[in-house]
Design a protein around this ligand. Structure first.
Ligand code: F3S
Ligand code: F3S
Length: 104
């Protein structure tokens, strides 16, 4: 799967959302999250993020590897809705992201 990592937090550019052919990029409160089971690894989201927040899981920098689990954790309660547009903005985050310091 592809993973949205640290740089997205409190930025949420959302250019990636428009590129995803299966609508599997979901919006939390402080970040977006890629559904690890719905993502088909097409890779379209990775180059369009202006701040390079998207990585293939094997390419995550070592200090951001925990975001792989965070992207999965985000869906613990949502399950697999099968499309982000119908879900809309979820006012919560994975615990890893929620615990990050607020923007300056
Ligand atoms: Fe975030 Fe980049 Fe998408 S900032 S919302 S991963 S375009
Ligand atoms: Fe969508 Fe990116 Fe996966 S465009 S299918 S989330 S690689």
């Amino acid at each position: 799967t592809y993973v949205i990592a640290r740089a997205c937090v409190d930025v949420l550019d959302k250019a990636c959302v428009d590129e995803c052919p299966v609508d599997c990029i979901y919006e939390g409160a402080r970040s977006l999250y890629i559904h690890p089971d719905e993502c088909v690894d097409c890779g379209a989201c990775e180059p369009v993020c202006p701040i390079e927040a998207v990585f293939y899981e094997d390419d995550l920098p070592d200090d951001q590897r925990e975001h792989l689990a965070a992207n999965r954790d985000f869906f613990a309660e949502l399950g697999s809705p099968g499309g982000a547009a119908a879900v809309g903005r979820v006012g919560a985050d994975a615990s890893l992201v929620a615990a990050l310091p607020p923007p300056e």
